[in-house]
Write a protein that binds this ligand. Structure first.
Ligand code: NAD
Ligand code: DAU
Length: 342
């Protein structure tokens, strides 16, 4: 099997590469990644020397780079992770999300038309359904109702991928996963940011009242779901992938503080995220019934293991919390807080 993995130097993409190379001795992998602030070769250090692993630095918005990957490698499976993946950054710079997430995806699909793979998996998100009122949950036919530039760009790319499947008979699958957590996650997302701040004993910034609900999925469960769909997914279909767990953000933050042995007084409520979705909730019966996949990592275990990973990798954390990160932190937290206080 020849896997082209876009965004394979990021959090989930690198976990997927590690999963494939450890489970499929016959598999070959080419990672195509632009190495943005979120891409990190350290995430691939454990596989970088495997003879079946190759890396191409390239932007999915660059037709030459994309065609080169398809021409030279001739993948039979494409797993497309590359994206601007952070909601807060998409609010600060919406154009980046649209260009990478929509236009970049179109370029990949065009290359796939020239060299059709057996399967093209587009890795998407539960955010495309928008905020869901209790007691509802979104199945795969639920209307798309994205609330922010990131989720709008992912919804746009989902529709383009499905359209290429219908119009050009490309064998595509769209997956929509809930919030991932685990080792190697960039500390701009809730769980790694809160762990990093707790370990440093600096305030943990909770948006608004902190009662927003998210479903948490361990990254290894997400990757095993994707690997299962490579074998058993039906082209043309959308699959929700969730952790069967819904928690308010405040509860997650409290558990992190407890596991890090830090006081709850470190919690700091800060001005809310604009357009903040209140609740994500999906039904995930389709993948479970069709393929037998179920999430296996209990949140308590996954969270404890994740905290231990950050504790044991201070050099990784220090290397990603560089000037760019500090600038982002200043723009997203410090200036926003000051503006809100007048
Ligand atoms: P990430 O930000 O950690 O990694 C993104 C990777 O894409 C990085 O390696 C980056 O260098 C690369 N990239 C960005 N722009 C690129 C471009 N123009 N060309 C080539 N490479 C580029 O993201 P993640 O959290 O690993 O998410 C991966 C995918 O999964 C995304 O498509 C995201 O929408 C989706 N997803 C994420 C979550 C989550 O909770 N993190 C949940 C559901 C779905
Ligand atoms: O639901 C899947 C999505 O999960 C993915 O598609 C995205 O790529 C991924 O970034 C994530 O999006 P969220 O916006 O849900 O994740 P984030 O970690 O940014 O925030 C989770 C919740 O925590 C959300 O309600 C906002 C809140 N939050 C986040 C940060 C970073 C805070 O209260 N404070 C914070 O500092």
């Amino acid at each position: 099997m020849r896997f082209l993995v876009t965004g394979g130097a990021g959090f989930i993409g690198s976990a997927f590469v590690r999963t494939v190379l450890s489970r499929d001795p016959e598999a070959e992998v080419l990672v195509l990644d632009a190495l943005t602030y979120a891409g990190n070769m350290q995430n691939l250090a454990t596989v970088a020397h495997a003879p079946s692993f190759r890396f191409q630095k390239g932007d999915i918005r660059d037709p030459q780079a994309v065609h080169r990957a398809f021409d030279l490698f001739r993948p039979n499976t494409v797993v497309h992770f590359a994206a601007e993946s952070h909601v807060d950054r998409s609010i600060l710079a919406p154009g980046d999300s649209v260009s990478t997430n929509v236009q970049g995806t179109v370029l990949l699909l065009e290359a796939a038309r020239d060299h059709p793979p057996d399967l093209f998996i587009h890795v998407s998100t539960d955010e495309v359904y928008g905020s869901i009122d209790e007691p509802c949950s979104a199945d795969e036919s639920f209307p798309l109702h994205p609330s922010n530039p990131y989720s709008a760009s992912k919804a746009g790319s989902d529709l383009v991928v499905l359209a290429y499947g219908r119009t050009f008979s490309l064998p595509v699958i769209v997956t929509r996963a809930s919030n991932n957590y685990g080792p190697y996650q960039f500390p701009e997302k809730l769980i790694p940011l809160m762990i990093a701040n707790a370990l440093e004993r600096i305030p943990l910034p909770v948006y608004g009242d902190g009662r927003q609900v998210r479903d948490w999925l361990h990254v290894d469960d997400h990757c095993s779901a994707l690997r299962t769909l490579v074998d058993r997914g039906r082209p043309g279909q959308v699959y929700n992938i969730g952790g069967r767990l819904a928690l308010p953000n405040l509860e997650v933050v409290r558990r992190i503080l407890h596991l890090c042995d830090r006081p709850e007084s470190l919690i700091q409520h800060v001005p809310d995220r604009p357009g903040h979705d209140r609740r994500y909730a999906m039904s995930t019966g389709k993948i479970e019934v069709e393929t037998g996949w179920v999430p296996r990592v209990a949140f308590e275990d996954g969270l404890r293991h994740t905290i231990r990973w950050y504790l044991e990798h201070p050099e990784w954390v220090a290397s990603v919390r560089t000037g760019e990160y500090l600038d982002y932190y200043e723009r997203n937290y410090v200036r926003r807080g000051e503006a809100a206080c007048g």
